[in-house]
Structure formats: C-alpha cells, structure tokens
Design a binder for this molecule. Structure first.
Ligand code: 5AD
Length: 364
C-alpha cells in the first residue's frame, strides 16, 4: 500500500492534479512514512518557490459585530453571550503603527460583517493605513460586499482580500449557513475580487460538520479553477454558543495532509499555518510549515479586546500567536530552518485582472 501512496504523491507533484480516489487514499492512509513523504514533497515545493522565508501578516480584528448567523461561528449575530466591540480608527492606526515597528509590512483588517463600518469608513481607514505606511500592503477580510464596494476599497488602496469560500458544495454550504447566505454569492464575490485586481484568498475549515471526501474534492477543484493567491485552511473547532457546539473538531493530521496537497496542486500559493491549527495542537503551526505552509498571521489586535474575537473556543491569541511574541516565533522558526521575511511578501501567483473566472462566465 505504501508504495501506491508514494506513487500517488509523485504523480500529484508532477501533474498538479488529484483525483477523488487519490484524495481519499491520502486522507484515509494510516501509513506514517507515506505521510511524512507527502509533507516532505510539499515542504520542498515551498522551498523551491519561496525559499526558507516565512511571510508574516499582522492581523487586526477591528469589529466583532456581525450581521450573519453562520452556524459554526462564535461571533454570529444570535450569540447573545458575545461581548461586542468596535475599534476606533485611532486604535486601528495605532495597532498598525505598533505592527510596523515590530517589522510587519502587511496588515490584515478583519471583522464581522458590520454595517456600522460603511464603505466610506472602510475607504477612509484603508487610505489612512496606506498613507501612514506606503510601503505596506493592506488586506481586507470583511465578508461579502457589492462589487462597487470592493472597487471603492481597491481604489482607496486595498491590495488584497481574504474571503474563505467555506465549502464548494452547495448542499454542504446550506448546512453551515442560514438560508440568506448562498455559495453562488460567495463565488460571485471571489470572482469580482480577482477581476478588480486584488490578490485574493479563499479557503475552508477542515472537519466542518457534514464535510465529506466529495465536498473536499470540490474544494480542491475550486482552488484549481480559481487559482487564488492565498488559501486559508484550519481545523473546525466548536464554539459553545453555536448550533455546532457538540460537533467534533477537525484534526491536526487531516489539516496537515490537505495543506500539503494544496501546495502540490497549486505550488505558488501563499499558505498560512493558521491560528486554528496552532490552537488545536501546540506544534500545529510548526508542523504546518513543515507540511508546506509559508505564512503566519500573528495577532495585532489591541490586547484589551483580543479575547472577544472568539470565533471558536480556546482561540489562541497570546504567546507566539501574538504580534508581541514575534521574537519567540522567530526563534521557533529558526529551529526548524526557516526565517521570518521582512518584505511585503506578494504571492507568486500572477495577477490576472479584468478576466472573469471561467465558471462564472459560463453561468451568465
Ligand atoms: N472553527 C474554525 N474556524 C472558524 N471560522 C469561523 N468559525 C470557526 C470555527 N468554529 C473561520 C471561518 C472564517 C474565518 C474568519 O474563521 O472559516 O472564514
């Protein structure tokens, strides 16, 4: 069996493609040696394209108000126990200033879908960060918006946008979200973001309730079709105040295997070792990097609100997960042969703006 698995891994590396059958063989394998080999092939692929540099992004979680009610998420609107906060523009700029002094050259402004932050406010915020730090990239991660809004943020200076697709399967999407949210709208958003010229990130949770080999295969197919600049994946972790409170979490092993597979089918993508991966296992982030990840996003949110951005229980936000812990993180990475990059860290996936993603074009 082990020989078969190695053959599959070599074939995926060579062709950049994977079949549904190959995916389930790799995800269900109990052969540790083959899985070490998978991680090794993925790690070497990352080294070939990005060297031993790990890109850092400073994450500023600026609002936990959200108009959506996703069944998995701790800041869903019907969670009455969530303590809500919004950062002022001053607080956000001061977090970015601190990040800059620490060595960050990308700021990720993430929040729930909070209508209080109108397009005007978001544009003002983006241009303020850009004018304070013209040598930095600004990434937005604020959910589904109209095309004109995405265009306005881009014109105000936003460079990148993260919007996980969560699952590429319609039926599964409906199990994770209330009826007012639709996969087709997510896809519309991702397509428009790319078309406008954003470096765009999609992604999904590993082990979300109802996920199957079939849905994961669709996730990988979507990644191949969309060719995003970044793919964020991390284990699903239950939150006690959500309908999924009793569901089992996703596993470290499966997340690592999927990271490696994504690296092999989309070699130049930016692949973060996410906070959820670091939360589920103390070595999660390190193992993620050894399995092909090349980005970490330490938390720059002001400490007095940090614990309130609780997407899932136990979410790590201090120590090496925090921007203040950058020294410790750097030491940890050095021990495994990697170093933190000080540059802006653009994706090596080419930006093809103005072109519609084929699937969307076909739907029209
Ligand atoms: N477990 C893991 N990840 C989660 N997210 C939201 N809720 C959870 C959870 N319970 C992820 C989603 C979202 C991102 C910001 O956080 O994939 O897109």
């Amino acid at each position: 069996m082990a020989g078969v698995e190695r053959e599959i891994i070599d074939r995926i590396e060579k062709t950049g493609r994977i079949t549904k059958e190959e995916l389930s063989i790799l995800l269900l394998s109990s052969d540790d040696k083959s899985m070490d080999y998978l991680a090794k092939r993925a790690g070497e692929t990352t080294l070939r394209h990005y060297g031993n540099k790990i890109y850092i992004r400073g994450l500023i979680e600026f609002t936990n108000y959200c108009r959506n009610d996703c069944y998995y998420c701790g800041i869903r609107k019907s969670n009455r126990n969530a303590k809500r906060y919004r950062l002022s523009e001053e607080e956000i700029l001061s977090a970015a200033g601190l990040g800059y002094r620490l060595g960050f050259r990308t700021f990720v402004l993430q929040g729930g879908e909070d209508p209080w932050f109108t397009d005007e406010k978001i544009c003002a915020l983006v241009s303020a960060v850009k004018s304070d730090h013209p040598d930095c990239a600004v990434t937005l991660s604020i959910g589904e918006k109209k095309r004109d809004s995405y265009q306005a943020y881009f014109d105000a200076g936003a460079d990148r946008y993260l919007l996980r697709h969560e699952t590429a399967d319609e039926v599964h999407y409906r199990k994770l979200h209330p009826p007012d949210l639709a996969l087709s709208n997510r896809i519309r958003c991702l397509s428009e973001l790319k078309e406008i010229g954003y470096q765009t990130g999609c992604g999904f949770m590993v082990g979300s309730p109802g996920q199957t080999m079939e849905t994961l295969f669709l996730d990988l197919s979507l990644i191949q079709e969309l060719s995003p600049h970044m793919v964020g994946i991390g284990p699903f972790i239950p939150h006690k105040d959500t309908p999924f409170c009793r569901e089992a979490p996703g596993t470290l092993e499966r997340t690592l295997r999927l990271l490696s597979i994504i690296r092999l089918i989309h070699p130049k993508v930016l692949l973060p070792a996410t906070t959820a991966l670091g939360t589920i296992h103390p070595d999660g982030r390190k193992r993620g990097i050894l399995a092909g990840a090349n980005v970490v996003m330490p938390n720059l949110t002001p400490q007095h609100v940090r614990e309130k951005y609780e997407l899932y229980n136990g979410k790590a936000s201090f120590g090496e997960e925090a921007a203040e812990g950058l020294g410790a993180l750097s030491e940890e990475l050095k021990r495994i042969g990697y170093q933190i990059a000080v540059d802006i860290g653009d994706s090596k996936v080419p930006i093809v703006c103005g072109r519609r993603w084929p699937k969307i074009a076909a739907q029209k």
